[in-house]
Design a protein around this ligand. Structure first.
Ligand SMILES: Cc1cc2nc3c(=O)[nH]c(=O)nc-3n(C[C@H](O)[C@H](O)[C@H](O)COP(=O)(O)OP(=O)(O)OC[C@H]3O[C@@H](n4cnc5c(N)ncnc54)[C@H](O)[C@@H]3O)c2cc1C
Length: 477
């Protein structure tokens, strides 16, 4: 390990240095190759099928996933040993960003490669990985992740699905229902959760064709019309004991660690979609004439384009910065042997705050961008014949799934306080020092360097944060 690792949340109390921050300008040759290949795939294969995807024509998304699998785009997070590409987290970001130009395909792809496949990559044993991962990498098998239940959404640990060991001891018998499950109607592999003996929250790998597993009809949704979203019903479903994923009673470790990664990837999806909406909006604004000139000439339209560009820039910057942090940490770990997946999950957990920030910011930024996209298109933005209407509807879900933005907003201060209390980051010391410094406030001397003033503003904002959060902790605990 060449340099000291940056702690999750530490950006709030320390100055960031350009050389520590990963940006797309740092892409190596492999990243560039993946970037160009995934862009070509989405433009040549996915976008021309938009109408078929939206009409949910049978087999379209599944076949596209298979084609993506043939190109290695489904296996970026899967070790080579199991048929994957074993790429780094930057490659994951690049592929996720580029494949997110159609919301329905992006959701199917994200649920398959992220929350569906990663539990097995990170928490599966050798037999489970050898059995499932090659098919998931190639796209022969499609994965889903079934956590949500009718009465347990944000409060996922309140799960009502039960698992009982069969009399012969070879199976767990699952009873219960999962709701709003992406890819449900075409999934061969469903990672799900149930309480063994009413109490031990446990993850299971369920084969879609197991006896007692059935899929309800498709939900009629506001957006993502081409993605599959159904309830999954377990009625005395027989799941072999060897399909328990990770340890009995430790399903929460699987569920929540996977959601951290899901959140970070969701941010990447919003960034990719945001850039695409901006590109379309600019093209349209240049072509559309009113008052004898392109609407792109009007100051108010330019202002919208600028605001959309700002948000795209910030999204991209925060995502690759977080990707760089995660990659730096993962490459410092010894990832040989059985416990490697858990180490990766724990490593990503270090940046849980950043993952939630990415999820919240990017989902809200993309909503704004899609909304302004509709506005630039005017009445055509409201018509289903033009791309903005779909982008607007598709963007809305991002604030709801992978933990609602409210839940993610709770995670940030709770995680920060926990890290501070455990001494993992010196937040309390920084707040105390600030209080001392404020007894004798001094104006800092700004250097002549570029961005010195902006840096100073950021440092001051961090001080405001420390003041307010320190006071809140003192007053409310
Ligand atoms: C298209 C689609 C695809 C999905 N795909 C999947 C999937 O593949 N797998 C899966 O498991 N799930 C999936 N979901 C489910 C999704 O993750 C849940 O809908 C989400 O977690 C919210 O749960 P809920 O709908 O029960 O809302 P609730 O938990 O009932 O929340 C309702 C409202 O209350 C707020 N709220 C709840 N608790 C608090 C709190 N403590 N403080 C403040 N506010 C709070 C929420 O933020 C929200 O605004 C999908 C949903 C949709 C619509």
């Amino acid at each position: 390990m060449s340099k000291e690792l940056i702690k999750g949340g530490a950006f709030l109390i320390s100055q960031s240095h350009a050389e520590d921050v990963f940006t797309p300008e740092d892409f190596d040759q492999t990243h560039k190759m993946i970037d160009s290949m995934s862009r070509d795939f989405v433009h040549d294969k996915v976008l021309p099928k938009t109408d078929e995807i939206e009409a949910m024509e049978e087999g379209v998304i599944v076949n596209l996933l298979k084609e993506a699998g043939e190109l290695g785009l489904l296996g970026v997070d899967i070790p080579e040993k199991y048929g994957g590409e074993e790429g780094d987290k930057i490659s994951t970001l690049i592929v996720t960003e580029n494949l997110s130009l159609n919301g329905s395909f992006a959701t199917a792809f994200g649920a398959h490669t992220g929350i569906g496949t990663l539990p097995i990559v990170l928490f599966g044993n050798e037999e489970q990985k050898a059995k499932y991962l090659p098919g998931l990498a190639s796209g022969e098998k499609i994965a889903a992740y079934a956590l949500t239940e009718p009465e347990a959404g944000s409060d996922a640990l309140n799960c009502k699905t039960r698992a009982m060991l069969s009399d012969c001891g070879n199976y767990y018998i699952l009873n219960g229902a999962k709701q709003y499950i992406t890819n449900a109607s075409w999934a061969h592999v469903i990672v799900t959760y149930a309480k063994i003996d009413n109490e031990k929250f446990t993850a299971f790998i369920v084969d879609g064709d197991s006896p007692g597993v059935s899929i309800d009809p498709e939900e009629k949704k506001m957006g993502l019309k081409g993605s599959s979203t159904c309830s999954v019903i377990f009625e005395d479903a027989k799941i072999p004991v060897e399909n328990v994923l990770w340890e009995i009673g430790k399903g929460h470790q699987v569920a929540f660690n996977i959601l951290n990664i899901g959140r970070f990837k969701l941010g990447a999806g919003c960034a990719g979609a945001g850039k695409y909406v901006l590109a379309n909006a600019v093209d349209y604004a240049l072509q559309r004439h009113q008052f004898n000139m392109p609407i792109a000439k009007f100051g108010l339209i330019k202002g919208k384009v600028a605001d959309m560009a700002i948000l795209n820039y910030v999204m991209e910057s925060m995502l690759y910065r977080t990707g760089g942090l995660i990659e730096e940490l993962l490459s410092s770990l010894d990832l040989e042997g059985e416990g490697a997946g858990k180490k990766i999950a724990d490593g990503i957990q270090e940046y849980a705050i950043e993952c939630s920030i990415n999820k919240i910011f990017c989902s809200e930024a993309f909503d704004f961008i899609a909304d302004e996209g509709v506005q630039i298109y005017g009445g055509y933005g409201y018509s289903m014949e033009y791309p903005m209407e779909r982008a607007y509807r598709d963007s809305r879900i991002n604030r709801i799934f992978e933990g609602t933005n409210e839940i993610n907003r709770l995670i940030i201060p709770a995680t920060l306080m926990r890290k501070a209390m455990k001494g993992e980051i010196a937040l309390i010391q920084a707040a105390q020092k600030l209080q001392e410094d404020l007894m004798m406030p001094m104006m800092p001397e700004l250097s002549d360097e570029a961005l010195a003033e902006q840096e100073n503003l950021i440092e001051n904002m961090k001080k405001v944060f420390l003041m307010v959060s320190g006071t809140a902790v003192q007053k409310f605990g």
